[in-house]
Design a binder for this molecule. Structure first.
Ligand SMILES: [Zn+2]
Length: 415
């Protein structure tokens, strides 16, 4: 698993200029130069390691605030603007954000290893440094905030405490699990194997914030008495996902025995079908369809048409046999068109099956191999959602992803 850093690595400092009222010092990747001579190192969190004049010879850390009237202006290695000290200083103390501990120095939210990741104001507003935000920062508020506690003193020296708790949030569970539990109505009534299945197959979508966005826009999921296929075939917007209880139980058992994908015989002799055991992610995929831009929807429809035509030509079935799925002889499996047989049945099922496959590392690797264009669209959905989601969701997903990065929940499984 990897997390995308919200800030630059600590061994590379910012680039810009320090002014002390009279002189200008050049700063390059943290190294401070005066008259061409290296005189110290500036970390992006405002600490300066001095190794020469004018700071004294000892190799200790000083805060830029304490070297008055020094001021730094420049950018970090991601190109985000940095002004040190900040023009509007905030409080100092400790911030616990989604159980991650940060130091706060005059409003700067920083890590032990000198990364400058965000800001907090005296009144408790939280910003994350993020290239997707206006002016290089994103405000985190309302539904995009994770649980946090701040304790310290304000910029004016008064006691300063702030706390936020997400409503309906189980404190002993991560954000990722909490969101999945909110999404799956009736989660608590599932058996352990079913719970594990739900949490495992939906973790990626929860960790990148998309599950929360889609739940609020389209609805949640629950078990019922509906046969699969009702939601997707015609692209009728149904809101909630209703999973057939028996089918769900069968899928969970398949998943346990065979993993996310299996190859099953069909009633035509010698023919096989590739099958995904990811029904919940599949149905979620149908919901996601409705939050995409029409450009992406059209791109998916075109991809599908191309594949279907090629499939009919290269992998025809024996005479008088028909199937909406891609059925293959054993030796054709490795040259198949669709990630699963069912993906051939319509452009909507193609999208839902591809998204389902993307949910789990093993099948995601297959998708990259069989359908690299679709793989790229789905990668954008996680890592650059504003490229594929309708405009109306951009502000929310940007803020939520910034918050999830600050809270250490944005796990992309090595994407
Ligand atoms: Zn479907």
């Amino acid at each position: 698993m990897s997390t995308e850093n919200t800030s630059s690595p600590s061994d590379k400092g910012p680039t810009g200029f320090i002014t002390d009222g009279q002189n200008t010092l050049v700063v390059e990747d943290g190294h401070i130069y005066k008259d061409g001579q290296a005189v110290g190192f500036l970390f992006e969190d405002g600490y300066i390691k001095n190794n020469n004049q004018p700071l004294g010879k000892q190799n200790k850390l000083s805060l830029i605030e304490n070297i008055s009237p020094w001021q730094f202006r420049g950018i970090d290695c991601q190109g985000l603007e940095i002004v040190l000290p900040d023009e509007h200083p905030g409080p100092s103390g400790k911030l616990e954000y989604n159980a991650k501990i940060y130091n706060v120095i005059n409003g700067r939210v920083v890590t032990e290893d000198h990364k400058y990741v965000g800001q907090i104001t005296d009144s408790g507003e939280i910003f994350v440094r993020d290239k997707n935000g206006e002016g290089g920062k994103v405000k985190v508020e309302g539904t995009t905030l994770l649980n946090f506690t701040f304790e310290g003193i304000s910029s004016t020296g008064a006691n300063c405490q702030h706390q936020f708790r997400r409503p309906l949030y189980k404190i002993d569970r991560t954000y990722i699990d909490n969101e999945i539990i909110r999404y799956f109505d009736g989660f608590d009534a599932l058996n352990n194997l079913q719970k594990k299945y739900v949490l495992e197959t939906m973790a990626l979508w929860s960790s990148c914030g998309l599950l929360q966005i889609v739940r609020k826009s389209e609805g949640d999921a629950s078990l019922g008495n509906v046969k699969h296929g009702v939601t997707g075939v015609t692209r009728v917007r149904t809101g909630k996902v209703s999973l057939d209880k028996e089918e769900f139980e069968r899928e969970v058992n398949y998943y346990k025995q065979h993993g996310a994908m299996m190859i099953v015989p069909k009633n035509i002799v010698d023919y096989l079908e590739v099958r995904l055991n990811l029904v919940l992610a599949h149905e979620f995929g149908h919901q996601v369809d409705f939050v995409l831009t029409s450009a992406v929807q059209e791109q998916v429809a075109e991809l599908y048409e191309k594949k279907r035509k090629s499939c009919d030509k290269l992998h025809p079935l024996p005479d008088e046999n028909e199937s909406p799925s891609e059925l293959l002889m054993r030796q054709q499996i490795e040259k198949r068109h669709f990630i699963s047989g069912y993906a051939k049945s319509s452009a909507y099922e193609y999208w839902a099956e591809s998204l389902a496959a993307f949910s789990i590392k093993t099948t995601r690797d297959h998708l990259r191999e069989f359908d690299p264009v679709m793989y790229d669209i789905l990668t954008n959905l996680v890592l650059a959602p504003t490229k594929v989601l309708s405009r109306v969701f951009h502000e929310n997903i940007t803020s939520l992803q910034a918050s999830l990065k600050l809270g250490g929940e944005f796990l992309t499984g090595g994407l």
